[in-house]
Design a protein around this ligand. Structure first.
Ligand code: GLU
Length: 455
């Protein structure tokens, strides 16, 4: 193969921007990875020659489709659905489905791109994909959600399968939606198979899956603190979000002796200086999963707390630890500065890309511990990978065993990040977890792609 002059980082990013106009989230996710990978590839000409990063940043395919459904007032509604199959070099496409009005192609492409690196980091054989629709589940009846899910799956089923692409939940898609979609897949195909993860225990779900993302983010946080000789016990934490990831992250912080001060939703946040204990967390879980209410209701029930509305975010509340567990770009440069100024020493992302690039720079400059979502929240998809194994083997592992496996998986991811992200003596032993996650995640996918030749 001829050794060609390869493009530099700036030329590469110019190309990405040109080919993906009006897709800022996707460009942001590629930028964050590309700066580390270009440094790593500097002396590795084979990755340049084979255009590996260029190929990972171009989804294998994107399916876009119309989703029609009828609301309770008999209006016909039309939504747009997608599945982005980013890369299947190391296993079937794997990644969640998001139902939220903000969903568009840019958001799903960034999520599928990130998922490719995240899934690689778990060490399990899973490629990267993501899907969703611009459907807003807020305020919809169960029957409306069911009809939407059935219509969505009526198109999606032909693109997925246990050996090709295995979706799961994400924002707006939890146990209820997975149930409706699995039921429709089974009805259309006549096959009971492990085509979705995040299923309920009665029909092939895995124990520990609901807890895995939030618990995993706290295990990762503990691993980072331990690496510096510190611990979660006795520390305060600010958490954003109030869904599955946030409530389980809060639960694990409390179990490890920490004190959780905040939770939020898109309307605002609650600040409870007495601490959000297990009893309060259980109340929030019921509020979100059963009553489907808003976090502001917390203050009517627990008078120790105050509510901050108008979309306020919790990053000005002083705490030792921060766990953004809501959504992308929910923590910007000013928020990061406020956290650092208030003495925050570690950030672990339960959400996908919650911190802007400028926010990440603030954390790095201040040399505080910072774990990007693709490493810190990988516990969720890792247990999804274990759900796939259990479905294939037609077995079900117990809670204890899965808990141990999750702990080990998160330790493994932390070790890989340290291996590739430790800046050693040149930077006072600081570990750049973004760099570590990017390089470790990239290397496995890239080496598999090299083995396949030009495909
Ligand atoms: N949506 C989750 C994530 O961002 C889980 C994906 C899965 O379990 O496949 O990783």
């Amino acid at each position: 193969m001829a050794v060609t002059d390869h493009v530099d980082l700036n030329q590469f990013m110019e190309g990405v921007k040109k080919r993906n106009p009006h897709q800022p989230e996707f460009v942001q996710a590629v930028q964050e990875v590309a700066q580390d990978i270009f440094e790593f590839m500097e002396d590795k000409v084979r990755y340049h020659e084979a255009q590996i990063l260029r190929r990972i940043a171009e989804p294998d395919r994107i399916v876009s489709f119309r989703v029609c459904w009828e609301d309770d007032n008999h209006n016909i509604r039309v939504q747009r659905g997608w599945r982005v199959q980013n890369n299947n070099a190391i296993g079937p496409y794997k990644g969640g489905i998001r139902f939220h009005p903000s969903v568009n192609e840019s958001v799903l492409k960034f999520l599928a791109f990130e998922q490719t690196f995240k899934n690689s980091l778990t060490g399990l054989p899973m490629g990267g994909g993501k899907g969703g629709a611009n459907f807003n589940p807020k305020g919809k009846s169960d029957a409306e959600v069911m009809r939407f899910c059935q219509s969505f799956m009526t198109e999606l089923y032909r693109h997925i399968g246990p050996e090709t692409d295995v979706p799961a939940g994400d924002i707006g898609v939890g146990g209820r939606e997975i149930g409706y979609m699995f039921g429709q897949y089974k009805r259309i195909t006549g096959r009971w198979e492990g085509v979705l993860t995040g299923k309920a225990l009665e029909y092939g779900g895995s124990k520990m899956r609901p807890e895995a993302t939030g618990y995993g983010a706290v295990y990762f946080l503990r691993n980072m603190l331990k690496h510096r000789g510190e611990d979660i016990d006795g520390q305060t934490a600010v958490i954003s979000g109030s869904g599955n990831v946030a409530t389980h992250a809060a639960e694990k912080i409390v179990q490890m002796g920490g004190k959780v001060l905040t939770l939020s939703d898109s309307d605002g946040f609650i600040h409870d200086p007495d601490g959000i204990d297990q009893n309060k967390i259980d109340w929030v879980k019921d509020l979100k999963n059963v009553r489907r209410g808003r976090i502001s209701e917390y203050c009517d029930h627990f008078t120790s707390a105050t509510y901050h509305g108008n979309g306020a975010r919790p990053w000005n509340v002083a705490a030792d630890l921060a766990l953004p567990c809501a959504t992308q770009n929910e923590l910007d440069e000013d928020d990061a500065k406020a956290l650092v100024a208030n003495g925050c020493k570690a950030v672990s992302e339960g959400a996908n890309m919650p911190t802007t690039l400028a926010g990440v720079k603030v954390f790095h400059d201040a040399k505080i511990l910072y774990a990007p979502g693709k490493a810190a929240n990988a516990g969720g998809v890792a247990v999804s990978g274990l759900e796939m194994s259990q479905n294939s083997e037609r077995i079900s592992w117990n809670h204890e065993r899965l808990g141990e496996m999750l702990t080990e998986l998160m330790e493994g991811i932390h070790e890989k990040c340290v291996e590739y992200g430790d800046e050693g003596a040149k930077n006072g032993g600081y570990v750049d977890y973004v760099k570590g996650a990017n390089i470790a995640g990239f290397k496995k996918v890239a080496d598999a792609m090299l083995a396949f030749g030009v495909v």
